[in-house]
Design a protein around this ligand. Structure first.
Ligand code: SAM
Length: 210
């Protein structure tokens, strides 16, 4: 996976490559899908949600430019896989999931892997996690209809936000850096994520933007 799907497609951050080589992705998928855990695609994790494609995890993580001493927020815990990768690369990881059953399962898997620097929360992450802000980096692993100002508010100066923004069905991945003058934005790649549901996201079920 690391050589064929990540390095071959241009992932260059050796720390990201090493982290993804180390975290056992098969422990984050349902048992009947374990043989497919390292395939080049997203997989179902129940509740209509997915564990993202390995390449997308690597690309988003690389864009965060983590050096090792950062406090990171992930929105959309899902299986906990992305949080586990982040736990190798940052000092402290906060991850928030709106579906309690997924959060509980992710917490169990992360505990099993002794990921002591990850804390899993159940709440609407479309407004971030203000009680533990500010963060050096925020990664949103669900599709937002716009960039919630709460994420920028909760970033430290020079902090990075990586987020897919677009319609419910297709998005563009953006990297936004908070600067003294406001923000700078880099456009990365087209992508498809499940919707971010919540106050600053999409309405549950109806596909309506709040
Ligand atoms: N990062 C995950 C992983 O490593 O398995 C995959 C995330 S999955 C593509 C997107 C997740 O975002 C889903 O589990 C979904 O329930 C969650 N989600 C959607 N809206 C959310 C919100 N407002 N707050 C927190 N989580 C949300």
């Amino acid at each position: 996976m690391v050589e064929d799907q990540l390095r071959a497609r241009g992932i260059r951050d050796e720390r990201v490559l090493a982290a993804m080589g180390k975290i056992p992705r098969h422990l984050f998928v349902e048992e009947h899908l374990r043989d497919s855990a390292y395939d080049d695609n997203a997989l179902s994790i129940s509740e209509g949600q997915t564990i993202s494609q390995p390449y997308m995890v690597a690309l988003m993580t690389e864009l965060l430019e983590l050096k090792g001493d950062e406090k990171v927020l992930e929105v959309g815990t899902g299986s906990g896989y992305q949080a586990a990768v982040l736990s190798e690369l940052a000092i402290e990881v906060f991850t928030v999931e709106r579906i309690e059953t997924l959060a509980l399962r992710a917490r169990k898997t992360l505990e099993r892997l002794n990921r002591k620097n990850v804390r899993v929360f159940v709440s609407d992450g479309s407004v971030g996690l203000p009680e533990h802000a500010p963060y050096d980096a925020i990664i949103v692993t669900a599709a937002a209809p716009h960039i919630p100002h709460e994420y920028i508010d909760q970033l430290k100066m020079n902090g990075r936000l990586v987020i897919p923004v677009g319609s419910r069905f297709s998005q563009i991945l953006y990297k936004i850096t908070k600067t003294p003058d406001g923000t700078t934005t880099i456009t990365s790649t087209p992508c498809v994520f499940v919707p971010l549901i919540g106050k600053e996201g999409w309405d549950d079920e109806k596909g309506v933007y709040h």
